[in-house]
Structures are given as structure tokens and as C-alpha cells.
Design a protein around this ligand. Sequence first.
Ligand SMILES: Cc1cc2nc3c(=O)[nH]c(=O)nc-3n(C[C@H](O)[C@H](O)[C@H](O)COP(=O)(O)OP(=O)(O)OC[C@H]3O[C@@H](n4cnc5c(N)ncnc54)[C@H](O)[C@@H]3O)c2cc1C
Length: 329
Amino acid sequence: MGSILFHGQRYAVDRGKSVLDVLVGADCDIAHPGNQGIYQSCVMQAMSGEVPTQAQSELKPTQRMQNYFLACQWQPSDDIEIARTTDADMFRHALVHQVEKVNASLCRVRLTPPKDLHYHPGQFINLRRPDGVVRSYSLASVPALDGYLELHVRKMQNGIMSNWIHNQLQAGDVIDFQPPCGSFFYLPGDTSQDILLIGTGVGLAPLWGIARDALHRGHFGRIWLYHGEREGAQIYLGNELESLARQYSNFSFVFTVSGDNAVSGLARGRPDDLAFSQHKHLKNWRVYLSGAPSMVNATCKRALLAGASMHQIFENPFEIGEFPQKLRA
Ligand SMILES: Cc1cc2nc3c(=O)[nH]c(=O)nc-3n(C[C@H](O)[C@H](O)[C@H](O)COP(=O)(O)OP(=O)(O)OC[C@H]3O[C@@H](n4cnc5c(N)ncnc54)[C@H](O)[C@@H]3O)c2cc1C
């Protein structure tokens, strides 16, 4: 008979019982389809023990790599240790190296991480202000290329954290953060595969990290990045992306502007529309989608219809201040 170590408590496992049965039976506070009504909400992470293939078969390769598993699918016969996937319980400290204002609404924040920090470009970290306010920011840096963690922070009207970062955070400060998490990153796998990256707004941050990571690791399939902003003034990283395209002939990018004002040299419309007008068949492609949830959800469906497989679609939806103008203070 095996046992489960979860949050410092050990639970015996009766024959035929899954991890989920044991934890729910012991009244542990965990998410699962029974209380969330969400498919796959019982995903957990194994800290020790050999995860059976069947408990990972429905998960993405990036989740498998981090030892994620479905708690309802594992009946352990050995002693194992597990954690919630949302448990990055320990806050760590990083030194602020630089807060670089890129334009009126965007700054690039560079943090010097602890030496033993491992991460994948595209994951996110939670930053904590001294008063306890916590917000998530995606990692745009690449460990093999950059000596710091890079975040792109868009200033939101009346946004608590983003205004504090823009107006008060400065080089030399120390800030708390939770270790990187999330499954939105590049895995080498088939390096000849074509990759489509589509982002809106500051959803570009993780895509920039993923593109550079893939190219640096020798990905030789084509990589297309489509990025859209509402206004031309919000476009950023143009010089960096141009120089990446010069360095790697298999990388190309397109900026789009969806607002009313046309900008010379930039495509009009939404990045997803432009991407699908140029790439109609996505069978065997890998697709990364990042930014406004409405775009990510709709584009995921379009990618499936164009032949991409769900296991090859990676999504990073996040809202930032998508409230209607009239509700704003
Ligand atoms: C996985 C993930 C990754 C992310 N990555 C990034 C990233 O790379 N870069 C980035 O900039 N952001 C990112 N975000 C978003 C980020 O976490 C914050 O949500 C964002 O910075 C806004 O936080 P804030 O404290 O400034 O704004 P908040 O204070 O949380 O407010 C957000 C907006 O809503 C408005 N608002 C708040 N409450 C109300 C209300 N009751 N009625 C009307 N309007 C209201 C505010 O005025 C503001 O415009 C990410 C989020 C997630 C979940």
C-alpha cells in the first residue's frame, strides 16, 4: 500500500483509490471537477514518485515535463509526494536591475534573479508589492541569453500594481516574487515543425521570449509572429524583432493595428485575421496564443479548424483592464 505526502501530511492509499479519492476523502482543500465543474481541474504536480503514463496522457507536453498529472488517474502503490500546481508557496527576492520606459504605457523591468532559479521563457511570475498586492507578469527573457528576468508591464488606467511599477519601482529595490510557473513555453520536440505565434497587447512579452528561445535552441522550422495593438503608438520591440529576423532567416513577424487610425507601414486589422489569411492549413504546426482571452479562445478554435492538434496549441489568456471605458474612474 502506498502513501501520499501532501502539504506536510501523509495519507495512506487504499487499494484501487486514486490520489483524488484519497485527498477528497481526507477533506483536503483541492480543486477538482466535482467542486469546480471544470474538466481537468484536478491537475496536480508530483514532487516525487513515478507518474504513470495514463495520468498524463491528456496533458500537454509542457505539463508532462513538469510532472503534472490528473489526480483522478493515479492510484499510487508507492510513497509519493505531490503539490497543487498553483502552489508556488515560497516567495523569493529579486533585485531590480532596471525599469526602462519604452513608451507612455509600457516599461521593461529587468530583475536579477537568485542564482538557482530555473524557468522557461513564456512562463509567468507573481510579483508582490510591499503592501501585499500580487499580480502576474510573463517572462520575456531567455535564461541562456539574458542575465536577468525581463517583464513587460503595461500601465493600466488606475491600475494599482502597474502604476506602482511605472512610477515608483526603481533600480536597486528588492521585490518579492513567486517562482515561475505555467505551461506556456517552447519545448524542442520536432525542430522542423512550423510555429505560429499570435499575440495582442503585452501578450507579446512571452512570445518574444518563446521565439528567441526556439531560435537559440536551433529550431529550424519556420516561425511566424503576428502581434496586434489597438494604436500604433503602443507598438514596441520593432527594432529587436527586425534584428531577430535579420539574424534568423526562418523567423518573420508582422505588426497589426486594429484602431481607427491607420499607421503607415503597419498592417490594419487583427493579428489573428491576418495570420489565418496567410496560413490556412495548420496540420502539424505548433501554435502559441497570448493576450486578450477573447482573441485566444476564438483563435484556438480557428487553429483547430485549420487542422492544428489541441496538444500543439498553447494558450496564455490574460485580461488587463478590459473594462468598458464608461466604468473607469
Ligand atoms: C498569466 C498572466 C500573465 C500576465 N502577464 C502580463 C504581462 O506580461 N504584462 C502586463 O502588463 N500584464 C500582465 N498580466 C496582467 C497583470 O497581472 C495585471 O492584471 C495588470 O498589470 C493590471 O494590474 P493592476 O494592478 O495595475 O490593475 P488593477 O488595479 O488590477 O486594475 C486593472 C484595470 O481594471 C480597472 N478596474 C479595476 N477595478 C475596476 C472596477 N471595479 N471597475 C472598473 N474598472 C476597474 C483599473 O482601472 C485598471 O484599468 C498578466 C496576467 C496573467 C494572469
